[in-house]
Design a protein around this ligand. Structure first.
Ligand code: ADP
Length: 458
């Protein structure tokens, strides 16, 4: 059964109220029922006391003294609140039957040993009966006295009460259902408004937010939570847009360079040396494009998959040695002195391939942004398990340090300089550190140098 939220709230509330009302009505009925039967039973007991006061016994025989009140109308007539009396002896012979019983007799249990009350029917009339054993002096049962009184009135009262209670119950429940639906729709009206406002938000108006309901309640909390989510979505949406525009902008420069060179060459025939020189320029731009392509691919892979980093025991000196071997030419070209104090026993738990990529980026930057003939110090602090790479290069403005790990970020000095780069390396390094829980931070002083710190988990 698919019920709307509004109808579900109304139904659950209604079921709770219906159950409580059923208990209350049942209690009312039970009290009236008990009271009316108690009243009849009291009447029977009064009558019994009167009858017993006129009875006597001689051994096993019951002797009745005829009393004037036995001639009362209630014992003679059937119509007006009759009281039926019947006395039987041990043999089951009727010793006395009130005149109003006429040819009938009251049903009774000959084995009965104590007072008993029950309902019966006589002459199509509902009666309440009380049966009392008659004892002689020795405490032996010598007969049974049965007294019946009309319970038609009580029955009518109870019957009418039942009908009134049932009708009231059904009436109240039906009215309540509509009231509950009305109240529930009032209660969830703010949710409807949220649904409508949320359904109007798309990528064209992603900066719109849901209106906050006035009441400080759960619905307001929900709206605030959705607004927070929209804030995050908006910022990642703009980051995505920014990324696409930055990526195309980065491609634009080498492509424009290549196009310009080719156009110049095609204008008129050139010497073989000139062609070679221009082709080398094209190669530089193509390498730039190719590096950008590789890094974009790397970034896309890093962001689209959940990366599981291996944990190997890695000797830091091996990573450094490997770097020095592969980048020998670059180091020599810049006349950089690399001074490593990392001891042979310095070991970390990391994914060696990812760690090589991180070290490659940080040391390459330390070379790239260093001064000609500058030093690079690589140190290991075993106390806090930190590897530091310090250069004596251009340094970074303190206000730009925070953006350093953003994709495509290049500090102003690097952007205006001839140093090649596209601002992707550090963001890739940061992501690679994150997946291995390695802390990556930077300290830098303008024109003095920068220190990049890798803090390994213990
Ligand atoms: P790229 O070097 O290709 O521009 P990175 O992501 O590696 O990209 O670096 C981002 C920016 O951070 C660089 O453009 C540069 O401005 C700054 N930077 C990185 N390393 C250093 C460094 N060792 N010294 C000075 N600036 C640096």
């Amino acid at each position: 059964m698919k019920l709307s939220f509004k109808k579900r709230i109304a139904t659950y509330n209604l079921l709770a109220v219906a159950a409580l009302m059923a208990i209350a009505f049942a209690a009312i009925y039970a009290v009236v029922y008990y009271t009316s039967y108690k009243h009849l039973d009291d009447d029977i007991i009064t009558e019994k006391t009167e009858v017993f006061s006129n009875l006597d016994w001689d051994d096993n025989a019951i002797i009745m003294r005829k009393m004037p009140e036995w001639e009362e109308a209630e014992h003679k007539q059937i119509e007006v609140n009759p009281t039926f009396i019947q006395i039987v002896n041990l043999k089951g012979q009727a010793l006395f039957k009130s005149a109003n019983l006429q040819g009938n007799h009251l049903l009774f249990n000959p084995q009965n040993k104590t007072t008993a009350f029950y309902n019966a029917i006589i002459n199509n009339q509902r009666i309440r009966q009380g049966q009392f054993p008659v004892f002689n002096d020795k405490g032996k049962i010598i007969g049974q006295l049965t007294i019946g009184v009309s319970q038609q009135e009580s029955y009518n009262v109870l019957h009418n009460l039942l009908i009134v209670l049932l009708a009231t119950y059904i009436f109240i429940i039906s009215i309540l259902y509509f009231i509950m639906i009305f109240v529930a729709s009032k209660a969830i009206a703010p949710v409807d408004q949220l649904i409508q406002s949320a359904s109007r938000i798309n990528d064209a108006n992603i900066n719109s937010r849901l209106p906050l309901p006035e009441n400080e309640d759960e619905i307001r909390q929900l709206a605030e939570t959705i607004n927070d989510l929209l804030n995050r979505l908006e910022s990642s949406f703009y980051q995505q847009k920014q990324f696409t525009s930055d990526a195309s902008h980065e491609m634009q420069t080498p492509l424009a360079g290549i196009k310009g060179i080719i156009e110049v060459l095609l204008r008129k025939p050139r010497t073989a040396e000139r062609y070679e020189e221009k082709l080398r320029e094209v190669l530089v731009q193509t390498n730039r494009l190719s590096q950008l392509h590789d890094q974009l691919l790397q970034l896309a892979r890093l962001e689209s998959t959940v990366m599981i980093a291996k944990k190997d025991k890695v000797h830091l000196t091996e990573i450094i040695k490997k770097y020095l071997n592969t980048h020998e030419t670059l180091i020599k070209k810049q006349a950089i002195q690399i001074q490593s104090s990392v001891p042979l026993e310095a070991q970390v738990w990391a994914d060696s391939i990812l760690l090589e990529m991180i070290a490659d980026n940080l040391i390459s930057n330390a070379i790239k942004y260093n001064k000609m003939g500058g030093n690079i110090f690589i140190d290991w602090n075993p106390a806090n398990r930190t590897l530091s790479i310090t250069d004596e290069g251009i340094g970074i403005d303190s206000d730009q340090l925070l953006s350093l790990f953003n994709r495509f970020f290049r500090a102003d000095d690097s952007r205006s300089s001839q140093i090649p780069g596209n601002g992707l390396g550090l963001s890739i390094a940061k992501r690679l550190c994150d997946v291995q829980s390695i802390g990556l931070s930077v300290r830098s002083t303008k024109n003095i140098g920068s220190t990049f710190l890798l803090q390994f988990p213990s």
